[in-house]
Design a binder for this molecule. Structure first.
Ligand SMILES: C[S@@+](CC[C@H](N)C(=O)[O-])C[C@H]1O[C@@H](n2cnc3c(N)ncnc32)[C@H](O)[C@@H]1O
Length: 396
């Protein structure tokens, strides 16, 4: 049976601590969840199912479809077992592929050697069966294989994503300290915002959080923004079928967000970059931008809104001292302008967060690269603000 119709284990990777959100997404898409680790969730499906996952997942990085599992004590055993797989049925003889891996085997000092033996097994097999050979290299632009090898247990996957799904393709201007797209999506999911009330994102930087919020509000599949995935370079890929599922995803996407999404930053360059990134993501029309100090960010006088900050958290002591005042002022902003909202601060520095001066209701752990972070939630009780806030982009 063709892999496209064959149900096999699928291993979906993500950034550390994101698994609860990835799990939630998989279940919502109708996939079972068998197990999870700090940075991956185990499900199952056909190769064709993996296409749907690549199109819809907001928090996953790589969708790995299992091709084979075997025992190998050393590189020669690895080569022999891999040569036994029918690669000529999986990849075009004249194509191109790369190999990535995670290797912990006592006979292997450098995982690149395992990658080379894997590549040789595939190339030799295809050449023997078809008379021509695929090229191999490090670019992930075409077919990608992923080798997991721990002690003598080997699993070989096809990475149906190719380049990580965090590279949505809209962030043409990243600026300083941009948040990874998949992390931003998980942060929006962690706020529980469902697109209805206002979503306010002061200190928006390159706009990642606001853009991910917009994609969620519009129910827009993030994969619609990409035109290249690993699965497209496998034999038997049904282009017409793919056009249909893209079309279905496109039709499920709304044109307007019910809730307003406001993004602001003190740096005009950041606001311009956010605008351009939002335009590339196709959501600029539903985002409202304001170049201003965060304290001047327009906050609509509606209850049930969400306000999310991702302030700098300072690597050096001097920077941290300066930031103390910023965190204090965020606390004031919450108290004065955001009553009736849920307030959030994503930070890697809990000492600075103490300066906010409000009690946290929830602390969701995340990692930003290797820095342990928290998304701190504050309940900002309703006051008596009545006036509606004009749209920041509206002519005065
Ligand atoms: C860590 S970055 C945000 C990164 C953003 N999440 C992204 O994905 O690109 C912090 C942002 O806060 C902005 N900022 C710093 N001080 C500010 C202030 N007083 N008012 C408004 N924005 C400020 C900076 O210009 C910077 O863009």
């Amino acid at each position: 049976m063709s892999l496209w119709k064959l149900k096999r284990p699928i291993h979906v990777t993500c950034a550390r601590a994101i698994t609860p959100f990835l799990r939630q997404e998989l279940l919502a898409l109708g996939f079972p969840v068998f197990s999870e680790t700090a940075a991956a969730v185990e499900t199952e499906g056909t190769l064709w199912d993996s296409v749907r996952l690549n199109l819809h997942l907001r928090t996953g990085h790589h969708v790995l479809y299992l091709l084979g599992e075997f025992r190998a004590r050393d590189a020669d055993a690895l080569y022999r077992s891999l040569s036994g797989l029918p690669w000529e049925n999986y990849m075009p003889a004249g194509g191109y592929f790369s190999v990535a891996s995670s290797v912990q085997n006592p006979t292997i000092r450098d995982s690149r050697y395992a990658n080379v033996r894997c590549k040789d097994a595939v190339v030799d097999r295809i050449r023997q069966k078809t008379g021509s050979r695929p090229d191999a290299g490090s670019s992930q632009r075409e077919a990608v294989l992923y080798l997991f090898w721990k002690d003598d247990l080997c699993r070989i996957y096809v990475d149906t994503s190719g380049e990580p799904l965090s590279r949505r393709g809209y962030r043409k201007i990243p600026l300083k300290a941009p948040m990874q797209e998949t992390l931003a999506a998980a942060v929006v999911m962690a706020t529980g915002w469902d697109g209805r009330g206002p979503f306010v994102n002061p200190m928006c930087g390159s706009g990642t959080i606001a853009i991910e919020a917009a994609l969620i509000a519009l129910n827009r599949a993030p994969g619609l923004l990409r035109d290249n995935f690993g699965f497209m370079h496998l034999l038997g890929f049904d282009e017409a079928g793919y056009r249909l599922i893209r079309e279905k995803a496109r039709r499920a996407s709304k044109k307007f967000s019910p809730g307003r999404i406001i993004a602001s930053d003190i740096s005009p360059d950041a606001v311009n970059a956010s605008r351009r990134n939002a335009a590339t993501a196709g959501v600029e029309k539903i985002l409202e931008f304001a170049p201003c100090d965060f304290s001047q960010t327009p906050v609509p006088a509606e209850e049930g809104g969400v306000v999310v900050f991702n302030p700098e958290y300072g690597e050096r002591l001097g920077e941290r001292k300066k930031l103390e005042g910023v965190y204090e002022a965020i606390g004031d902003f919450f108290k004065k302008k955001c009553q009736g909202y849920r307030g959030y601060i994503f930070t890697g520095n809990l000492d600075l967060a103490k300066k906010v001066g409000l009690r946290t209701r929830r602390r969701t752990p995340f990692f930003n690269s290797n820095i342990e972070c928290r998304l701190l939630e504050y309940e900002l009780y309703a006051g008596s603000r009545k006036q509606r806030t004009p749209r920041p982009d509206a002519p005065s």
